[in-house]
Design a protein around this ligand. Structure first.
Ligand SMILES: *[C@@H]1O[C@H](CO)[C@@H](O)[C@H](O)[C@H]1NC(C)=O
Ligand SMILES: *[C@@H]1O[C@H](CO)[C@@H](O)[C@H](O)[C@H]1NC(C)=O
Length: 378
């Protein structure tokens, strides 16, 4: 009997010990609040528990790895897609200047300035804001995916929705002061060359903006804007899409997504190939997946610079776009067509050079002279 009692006591003791251990573990994990960042506190790149969650848990804000020892402070969909295994990032603070994985932090000063600091001292990015009520300043991630800095009494002093990267979320206003900029490539999230902007005539356009050239390619520049259903010189410049999938722009441009109606989630993104697209999260047996529900351009050779200089873009409905170098040229960068092609020959000695015929080809952007009617011989 006494032996049994002793055993019971021992078991109880063990249980108590276990409970104690568990609470210690739990408190050490949750000692950081995921609801809001308050003035005087910070999120460290080195602590994987340092992130903010939206109340509906749909979005997460934290440090996101973009390369070897390179991090951006970002907002992403909390659920990773089973098909790709990577989170869908919707906003980045420092896409062009990722920070080191050691001693970098996002810090909210008591004065109301949100600062991203690299390796202990270098200021990489900041909101350059100042709070009126400095005691109650806080950073919160809203259910919409908007990262909001406010004075505590819900008066907003900064929001990530005013500074989009390549993605627009439902009900996020796109205005005169905002633009969507594509990523450089699928593995490099820094600013690329394709942009969605309100142009100086208040038309919503797609723009190819590389170091060498800037040109508009959507709506089709060969079609008059009024024929494309757009109104020029409208005073307001504002566009957005709602949660049902209807897009409206102040220049008259409007569309419904293919899956118009309630969908799990939608995003509009300026993609790396220069096409503006709307995606919905669609459920499959294998898991969820982003699927295209609208795109600005279907013929992807209509996009300036897409294959780079000295190259040829061919397109077919079935196989999509294909880039190739012109005869006698080779790719500059085998991983990235935007660098184009360069000559394989050194210089052109008279009788080694000639003309070859390329049928149904337009040398967009390389006109020297205009001849209405010339033969190849001429
Ligand atoms: C990403 O692209 C930028 C701009 O072209 C370049 O400066 C940077 O080195 C690239 N980063 C990587 C990791 O390749
Ligand atoms: C172009 O050339 C063809 C063949 O020489 C000729 O039949 C046609 O009339 C010309 N068109 C114009 C607009 O000059």
């Amino acid at each position: 009997m006494a032996f049994l009692l002793l055993l019971l006591l021992l078991l109880l003791l063990l249980l108590l010990l276990l409970l104690l251990l568990l609470t210690i573990i739990i408190t050490s994990i949750s000692s950081f609040s995921t609801d809001a960042l308050t003035g005087g506190s910070s999120l460290s790149v080195e602590n994987q528990h340092h992130f903010l969650l939206s109340p509906n848990h749909l979005f997460t804000a934290g440090f996101h790895q973009v390369g070897d020892n390179a991090y951006t402070f970002a907002v992403w969909f909390s659920d990773q897609l089973p098909t790709s295994g990577v989170p869908t990032v919707v906003w980045m603070a420092n896409r062009d200047e990722p920070v080191n994985g050691k001693q970098s932090e996002l810090s909210l000063g008591k004065d109301g300035n949100l600062v991203l600091i690299e390796a202990g001292h270098y200021v990489i990015w900041s909101t350059q804001t100042k709070a009126k009520l400095s005691s109650s300043v806080q950073l919160q991630l809203e259910n919409s995916g908007n990262l909001v800095l406010d004075d505590g009494d819900r008066s907003m002093i900064w929001q990530s929705f005013d500074h989009p990267t390549d993605t627009l979320l439902p009900n996020q206003a796109f205005t005169k002061i905002t633009q969507l900029v594509s990523s450089r490539s699928s593995t490099n999230c820094s600013s690329g060359f394709y942009k969605l902007v309100f142009d100086n005539d208040s038309i919503l356009r797609l723009l190819y903006d590389s170091p060498d050239t800037t040109s508009l390619y959507w709506p089709d520049p060969r079609v008059a804007t009024w024929k494309a259903g757009r109104f020029q010189y409208i005073n307001t410049r504002r566009a957005s899409f709602d949660s049902m999938g209807q897009f409206n722009s102040s220049d008259g441009f409007t569309f419904l997504t293919a899956d118009f109606g309630m969908a799990r989630q939608r995003i509009m993104r300026m993609d790396i190939d220069g096409i503006l697209r709307v995606y919905s999260l669609v459920e499959h047996e294998k898991g969820t997946q982003w699927e295209i529900q609208w795109q600005a351009i279907s013929h992807s050779c209509r996009i300036d610079g897409i294959c780079g200089a000295n190259s040829l873009c061919t397109y077919s409905q079935d196989s999509g776009r294909k880039c190739s170098c012109l005869h006698g040229f080779k790719m500059v960068n085998s991983k990235d067509w935007s660098y184009g092609c360069e000559p394989e020959f050194k210089s052109c000695i008279q009788d080694e050079c000639g003309f070859i015929e390329l049928r149904d080809t337009e040398f967009y952007g390389y006109d020297i002279r205009f001849h209405i009617n010339n033969t190849l011989d001429a």
